[in-house]
Unconditional design. Structure first.
Length: 125
């Protein structure tokens, strides 16, 4: 196991032990590549649904391994306009540099991703 912080959850939730091991492997690979973790892709990797993947990522967040990020995408260009730490920070209107105009909520969508915390990038062995 590379992220020892997950060990406590294996004890607390023994029914999730297999999934936590898979999460650990997935996060270890993500730390090597520098990629964000998308709940839907994690779900596919662990052969589960997105709800369980999100729950596992929330445990990793509690352990300080990952942190949630909200990416705001322009619907017209399918490109990231901006990113936020919390959903509450996302304004009703956002300026889009790709088409040089402001978008309302109907002109953009939000995707939740998780990125490895700075501390976690240094934790892997």
């Amino acid at each position: 196991m590379r992220f020892l912080e997950l060990e406590q959850y294996k004890v607390k939730y023994p029914q999730l032990k297999h999934y936590l091991t898979s999460l650990d492997e997935y996060l270890s690979k993500a730390s090597e590549t520098g990629h964000e973790v998308v709940p839907a892709l994690l779900a596919k990797k662990i052969s589960s649904d997105e709800g369980l993947a999100l729950a596992l990522l929330m445990l990793a967040d509690d352990a300080g391994i990952v942190r949630p990020r909200y990416y705001v995408y322009c619907d017209l260009k399918d490109a990231v306009i901006s990113e936020y730490d919390t959903k509450d920070q996302i304004p009703e209107r956002i300026y889009c540099p790709f088409d040089d105009e402001e978008h309302s909520r109907q002109g953009f969508h939000v995707e939740l991703v998780f990125e490895l915390s700075r501390e976690a990038r240094g934790m892997t062995t």
